[in-house]
Design a protein around this ligand. Sequence first.
Ligand code: BGC
Length: 455
Amino acid sequence: MVTRMIEAMHYFPAGFKWGTATSSHQVEGGNNNNDWSKWEQEPGHILRGHNSTIACDWWGGRWEEDLDRVVEGGQNTHRISVEWSRIEPSPGVWDDNALGFYRQILKSAVDRGLEPMLTLHHFTNPLWFMEQGGWLDPDSAQRFERFTRVVVSSLKEFVNLWITINEPNVYIYFAYIEGNFPPGVSDLGSAFTAAHNMARAHAAAYRAIHEIQGHARVGIAHHYRAMRPSRQANPIDRYLTNLRSRSFNNLFPKIIQHGQLRLLGKKTQIPEAINTQDFFGLNYYTLEHVAFDLRKPREIFSRGFFPPNADQSPTGFMANEPDGFLDALKFAKSFKLPIFITENGIEDASDEIRPRYLAQHLRQVWAAVNFNWKVEGYYFWTLVDNFEWERGWTQRFGLWALDPETQIRTKRRSADFYEKVCKLNGLSSEMVHKYAPEIFSEMFPDGGQRDFVSL
Ligand code: BGC
């Protein structure tokens, strides 16, 4: 007689959305009219001189086979973005061919039973937009609104879930403070202006979308980086952690909640931005430790780092810190809106850490859902390895590995794991045992342990 092992189950509510997220410039290839394509050609900007070239060749038609991977992987939603420079190659000129391309992808997604989520701005800008001053120009908000109106009018048949801007805080920080995204500016005043204009742009787009599609649901994808003081008992570390976290994590969600922009001592009102999100889109990757550091005036005399004993990704870009995800979810919940996890994932070419990262992070989503926090869906970053901005092709975030030369995709074990989760609408102890045995006893402690007995 075969006895069936009883399994622990982390079930998710019926109708929970399971998906993956991608962005246009990172997967399409062949972009030559946006600020990133120019930036990539200039020496010193991208690690090892890489550039996006044909990326995952979506522009060449490989989106179709990748959408099949989404469906075969048991997912019921996919997040994509549109490339502004293709749709509006010069000011006020609209390219029907580009709009047709996105209509075709979205129609195929819907025909395959997927609910699309669409991002209007994911880090890239048309060259003409940058020549007109980019996000520092007071008219940038109207330009973005004009683009939004065209896109929404053309694609509304297939999309109800809209993200206006992906990670405005990351974009503002890298493009206008750190200077490692185009336009490569390093100036707090510019960062403030860009944030102001982006908030106005978001508010205008929010209204435009609702005007065109009454039932639309609109938000942003906010990047939350969890932070902990390096020395818990040290008041300076604690103070700096708090300041650093507020400067980065509050930037944008609070503006579009209260209509007030505050950034390092400066503030302004943006009344039209009050209450301009219908859900909270949350991107979470990692948690950093923060310590006082005199050598880092630009980072408010603090340093963010991962301790040597952290479960770090291969290039040291991030650490596997699921506790920080709960911080992020708590933050998201404080906005009292439905939540979508719009990105979560890890760079891990050999797929050693990813399965445990996935299990541990899904456990946090499950906890949140079962506290009755209104998490409606989860998008893993990402489907297939793609072009990772200033890090080029040195990092691999895909469920599927990609050889950019041959365009051959190879399924990683994590893809099998995620497929099982999506198909079951849950995470079982058996899955953890199979894909991440090293964390099994941590996730499912046996009854003999002291902690358990003390329950
Ligand atoms: C961005 C993605 C990026 C991912 C991993 C997120 O901040 O939205 O475009 O690929 O991080 O680096």
